[in-house]
Ligand binder design. Sequence first.
Ligand code: ATP
Length: 586
Amino acid sequence: MTDEAPATTTKSMDDIMSLCKRRGFVYPASEIYGGINGFWDYGPLGAQLKKNLRDAWWTDVVMRGCNGKLGPDGKPVEIVPVDTCIIQNPKVWEASGHVAGFNDPMVDDKETKQRFRADHLFGMYLVRPEEGESVDQGVARLIKIINEQPFELPYGPNLSCVASNEEEAFGAFRAAMHRIKQDITRVPDAAVATSFTAETRKGEECFGVCYQVPMSFMKAHPTWIPSPFNKPDKAAALELDNRKSDSQLTEPRAFNLMFKTYIGATATEDDVAYLRPETAQGIFVNFKNVVDTTRVGVPFGIAQTGKSFRNEVTPRNFTFRSREFEQMEIEFFCHPDDAKDWYVFWRDWRMEWWQGLGLKGENLILREHDSDELAHYAKEGAGTSDIEYRFPFTAPGFGELEGIAHRTDFDLKQHEEHARAKLKYFDSTRGELAKNGQPKGEHYLPHVIEPSGGLDRGVLAILCEAYTVDESRPSPEFMKFHPRVAPIKAAVFPLVKKDGMPEKAQELHSELRQKFGHLGAIEYDEKQSIGKRYARMDEAGTPYCFTIDGDSLTDGTVTVRDRDTGEQQRMPMAGVAAFLGEKLGV
Ligand code: ATP
């Protein structure tokens, strides 16, 4: 690529994962039994980091009503929380469409037995440039060659990109695919292609075309195999004539992502229930309860955080695609006429919120969906967008952190029909005016704007963003967490373990712990050299370390070391709590 690579693309996911394991952020679940695919446990630092992110969301969204930002109606944003069950009446999931439609189309490679999402399959062809040929000419020639194949090969408008090697070409292709992110059931017959120049492994320059394989094509050509197929993580460019001709792939089959369980001892098919695949439905089924038992009125939101479960067919990329994960969801109910304004409000504010936690610059983007990508309920809506982060494993592409969707009145309507419940809202502020000049009121099903974020993906983005390598430091790897989410807020050290320094340090530690313990850990450490202790705290991402030395005992001052600059300054011990409070924004 010609553009300078952003910082995170140079970060290695393996290094980040190994630091996470070594320092107790994230462990494989059931590790002593060999782990379990798609499940992760958080260690002491990870659990606190995750809690801090969840608390930041809860405080800013629910308790502070979008931090006081006024809604498009010029009024404070009203949000109330709920905490609903993971297991609901299975009819909830029939109404929501999850039992019937929550499927991923999958194909198996008969040879390797690997399973792939059919909509992740892609093909790539390369040709060597002819003398004097420009990229455009080369790509045009390649497309012509492809067109002359004895089958109709799917490709669509070129998304031009120039890559200097195979890896970049695949990366760019992934980015393009991600931008398009087509659900296979909605893929049009002409799939999207990207063209690029690349080098083969032998170092030969070539022109290439990548394209996604639409399901209709797969079905029509069961013996065709894209070449190479589904190797988004490992580039393996083959030339046109190396294409395998016999299909190794099975027909696409649907896999339901719902985790099934049984209620009661008999465990017959009549007792089937499901672990929720999203927290949203617990909110919809309680819409009426909340309206009837509180003073909220449309427009208002209901928020909830909690675990969701999806039997992902190919869990991957650390915690990014797990089978058990936590969501932070808001269902914001408004009058249908106001949906567009609220959609824009939420989309922009959610982006600002993530930026406020340190996910900034080129690594965070807001991506508005194209109309052919929209979920069934959002087709007629005001819009759908994703807030996406450039993870090391998606770079130069992006992975979804949070989706903001106008769900229309789809869910409430479904529950009205399936539960035969009356969910219409009576709005006394609307409708024609009566003789007394007051509105007569209006009954309607509110529309919903849903900002739905992933807590685990948020934590992962924060870990990736914070991970910094600087060989000149005592700890070449350190975590530059925003102080608000840092799991350890401060550490207190005695310079040496004698002369009354430990006692003084413990005194300060105890004071800070009582004052700031609700925000995160305050650590005390007297083991090893002071340099090693600083290095340890840098790896944990602790923003400030306070050290008690010989002078502290005589003049009552301490040193404070800043994690990011490594600089130290002296300050009165009595002023430490105020200093830290200011830095932590409390
Ligand atoms: P994807 O396309 O990546 O599967 P999605 O569009 O199905 O995600 P939503 O149903 O919109 O995701 O869920 C809302 C949020 O929940 C996502 O933005 C993401 O942060 C999180 N999420 C969804 N699936 C997973 C998963 N398997 N593991 C971790 N987080 C997830």
